[in-house]
Design a protein around this ligand. Structure first.
Ligand code: SF4
Length: 392
């Protein structure tokens, strides 16, 4: 049973983080923040895709001046990524940002840390401390020989103390590393030493191909252990891809179900059609549809196909020349191979409409598929309803 470690709760605008709140998804814009229009377009795009919180970089005064409009029109909580400048931090606070990303240790003057802590506390603005292997303090790197998990945690605890000595506790923390095992170990260690909510991420994870694997393993392992309150996938790609992947990680773990789950067999010598092509066509089409969470199965034959297709909300199990369409566990009818995608999407629309109108779905009337040949209701494949477990 998935059980989360207890952390204290903070609020990034309207989004609760920690303390049992749903695990939130974050991403970061890649636009120049002072380009307000471009930044707002990206913020809206990220929010539409499922980002709960969006961070924007604030390296210059012009970026800070753009914040009031971005905060007012962003539609999701906005975090200003500051790093060290007290002047930019104070401008961001004045702009009404919902969170700051800032490491107090980067501020040379202790009075600056105090000023930021006091101003952020007055306005209820939380601060994320973000320790990163690539920018770890040189003395810690020297002490540990390299940016180890222990070094990241020591740095994070020091940063936390710099804020806490001013009575500031609305903190969340990240200890990111590009090495997945160091990252996992760092968060494990940190979770033993603080009850601050944790922001998970594998830093510089790379292109979608490598970054997806690293992020899924790093973030997924920790979430499975109950560690983590908010996640950011870092990819060298358009930020919407980060949000999509974050959703997929949460979806695959059953933590959050706000997108579709495509179950597709790997295909084998028993396949009655091109399963790769069929699954890709279905995935591409579903991504463009506004569907409530549902599981869709695409199976290549009558061995494991009917069982999986029946268990999904909607499923296809291919047979010779045609496939059997299932909806909510019932056989709907036979459909020629070349009409399977259309039939499945049509049934998905019907089920979605029913979910929206009733909040649930009953086994509905069959989707009528022209030219489907005979329709079989409750007369299925040989062995329909239970696969042999072979090949998968
Ligand atoms: S046996 Fe399994 S992997 Fe092979 S085609 Fe059938 S469902 Fe797909």
């Amino acid at each position: 049973m998935y059980k989360r470690r207890q952390t204290r709760q903070i609020h990034v605008g309207s989004v609760a983080v920690g303390g049992g709140a749903p695990i939130s998804i974050q991403s970061m814009t890649t636009t120049k923040t002072d380009d307000v229009d471009a930044t707002l377009i990206q913020v809206h795009e990220l929010a539409t895709q499922g980002a709960d919180i969006v961070r924007v970089a604030v390296p210059h005064e012009g970026d800070a001046r753009a914040l009031p409009t971005i905060v007012a029109e962003g539609g999701v909580p906005i975090i200003a990524d500051i790093h060290f400048s007290v002047r930019l931090a104070m401008m961001a606070i004045e702009a009404g940002v919902h969170g700051l990303r800032l490491n107090p240790g980067n501020m040379r003057n202790p009075q600056h840390v105090k000023d930021v802590a006091v101003a952020a506390k007055e306005r209820g603005i939380p601060i994320r401390i973000g320790v990163n292997a690539g920018s770890l303090d040189k003395t810690l790197v020297a002490k540990y020989g390299r940016p180890t998990a222990e070094a990241l945690v020591e740095s994070a605890l020091h940063e936390i103390s710099l804020l806490e000595e001013h009575g500031f506790t609305d903190i969340k923390v990240s200890v990111k590393h590009q090495n997945v095992m160091e990252m996992i170990n760092a968060y494990r260690l940190l979770s033993e030493k603080t009850d601050a909510p944790l922001h998970l991420g594998v830093t510089e994870a790379g292109t979608p191909k490598q970054g997806s694997i690293k992020s899924a393993i790093g973030i997924g392992t920790l979430l499975a252990e109950g560690i983590g309150d908010t996640i950011r996938v870092s990819l060298t790609a358009e930020p919407v891809e980060e949000v999509k992947l974050a959703k997929q990680i949460l979806n695959a773990m059953g933590i959050r179900q706000d997108t579709f789950d495509l179950v597709a067999c790997p295909s084998c010598g028993r396949a009655e059609l091109d399963v790769f092509e069929l699954a890709q066509k279905v995935e591409a089409a579903i991504e463009k549809m506004d569907l409530p969470p549902m599981q869709i199965a695409v199976m290549g034959c009558e061995v494991n196909g009917p069982g999986e297709a029946r268990d999904a909300d909607i499923g296809i199990a291919a047979g010779p020349g045609r496939g059997l369409l299932f909806s909510k566990g019932k056989q709907i009818g036979w459909v020629p191979h070349d009409q399977l995608v259309d039939a499945l999407l049509k049934e998905a629309e019907r089920v979605a409409a029913e979910i929206r109108s009733t909040g649930d779905v009953a086994t509905g009337s069959p989707t009528v598929v022209k030219g489907a040949g005979r329709r079989l209701l409750d007369v299925g494949f040989r062995g329909a309803g239970g696969g042999t477990g072979q090949a998968n």
